[in-house]
Design a protein around this ligand. Sequence first.
Ligand code: F6P
Length: 357
Amino acid sequence: MKKIGVMTSGGDCAGLNAAIRAITLRACDLGMQVLGFREGSVGLLNRDYVNLTPKKTSYDFLMRGGSVLGCISKGNPFQYPIEDGAQIDVTAEIIASYEALGLDVIISIGGDGSFSIMHSLMKKFDMNVIGVPKTIDNDLSCTDYAIGYSSSAQVISDCIDKLQTTAESHQRVIVVQAMGRDAGHLALAGGIAGGADIILIPEIPYSMDVVASHLKKVFRSQKKFAILVVSEAIKRMDGSSVIVMDEINNRHRYDGSAAYVASLIEQHTGLETRPVVLGHLQRGGGPNAFDRILASQLGVYAVDLAAQGNYGQVVVFQDNKVTHVPMEKTINTYNHVDVYGQLVHTARGLGICLGDA
Ligand code: F6P
């Protein structure tokens, strides 16, 4: 009987539990055993797991947000944080757990960071891994969609629906800050879905003169209010990143792009402007139907790969089909928005200003 370990790594998103459910249902149907590790690789390290069965992963997993297994962003076993603030390599302990538990493969539901770690573990030890992509940022290469992205774009769209009415009532400009890390996929999709007037993404350098003149045009028309969506990773006019220091995790994170752009708009146009940071609303709550279906498809396919002993792969969604690619292909290049791609073309076709001339 094959033994599969499952973990959710990195930031959470909607659809993780739907993927856990699909993996469990398929694996148990094929006579495999499934161990769900709590808090990603930390669970494997500490041999902290739950036996997943169809009974334990009922239909409510489809609709439940977050991860029942927990997620952790700082469990890198090559640089594992210990109490005095130092970082140590615990990969030997990880592989010892993998072997002691008699695992045949780990299915990692993660993004590029998790897959880089898994790939390094695979190279260093005799460990089998299969990846299932999840990220609201949709920045993983080789897959058209990752679990969580669509639900997150839905949150942005729903929030813009609400912001349109208050912007209209007060004749204001509202600047909505979207997540997405270094890629603008989420801002672009959410902005198009919500009917934004302007969308600024890190892949397209913007000019405040262009933004200001578009806003004046919007306010001269019948519509005397406007919605901007800005990616968290857009740069300031001087080229610097809009970041804050996360003291607890000792790293920088993006924050402040909406406030920055809102203050520039007021200076350039005199229009009353408010920034809105959507933040972790974009990661919270349950998945929409698209993510439930995607998570189910990717989860079942991942188990089929495990059954065939086809390891070292990431399950991907390409051209409306589920397939797989070697893990290193997904981590070697970052998936930015294609500035000549269809979604950018669609935005321009709708008259949405992207901040460039
Ligand atoms: O990668 C997902 C993501 O939500 C990014 O869009 C965002 O920049 C980051 O994680 C936020 O991370 P944290 O939850 O650690 O603040």
